[in-house]
Design a protein around this ligand. Structure first.
Ligand SMILES: C[S@@+](CC[C@H](N)C(=O)[O-])C[C@H]1O[C@@H](n2cnc3c(N)ncnc32)[C@H](O)[C@@H]1O
Length: 155
């Protein structure tokens, strides 16, 4: 994960303390201002930033790795998801890695998100989309109703 990890869509911080234990520096990005305040209060040694995954408020090559846990389906369109992939690629240093875990399409996940955004990512096409954003060495693991991917920014 290198020395500076970006957690995208950190929410209330379910994974944040565990991630913080694994890297010298962690930045948590979250869109919702109320969650940003709570995240910052509970995670004093993490840099917490309000912002949009599709327009990351960071300079090029800022991070050695990035992770998105259960957040990509919250982006409102496939275009915004592709923009987020390109943004993650931009803010990673050469050799940096992008990991995500998300849920697949299905009636249960649609019902659960009836009052929120659910734009499921097709795990069978996500490698092509990540390659289009500039990533290489993409691997996708399918799980029951979920998937994870790992992608690298070339050196
Ligand atoms: C299902 S929650 C997951 C939170 C956390 N990753 C976890 O696993 O507990 C998705 C989070 O993504 C955030 N989010 C949605 N759209 C976003 C965007 N465009 N940029 C950054 N965060 C966003 C939501 O506010 C929410 O906190």
């Amino acid at each position: 994960m290198g020395d500076h990890l970006l957690e995208i869509g950190a929410g209330s911080g379910a994974a944040t303390p565990e991630l913080r234990n694994r890297v010298p520096r962690l930045t948590g990005l979250e869109y919702d201002r109320a969650l940003v305040a709570r995240l910052a209060q509970r995670n004093r040694s993490t840099d917490v930033v309000q912002g949009d995954a599709a327009a990351l408020p960071f300079a090029d090559s800022s991070f050695t790795s990035a992770i998105a846990i259960l957040m990509l389906h919250h982006l409102r369109s496939t275009e915004l998801q592709d923009r987020a992939f390109a943004e993650v690629h931009r803010v990673l240093r050469p050799g940096g890695r992008f990991c995500a875990f998300d849920i697949q399409d299905g009636w249960l996940n649609r019902v659960v998100h009836i009052k929120s955004t659910f734009v499921p990512i097709n795990p069978h096409t996500v490698a092509t989309r990540l390659t289009g954003a500039g990533f290489a060495k993409v691997s996708v693991d399918l799980r029951s109703g979920a998937f994870r991917f790992l992608a690298s920014k070339q050196n």
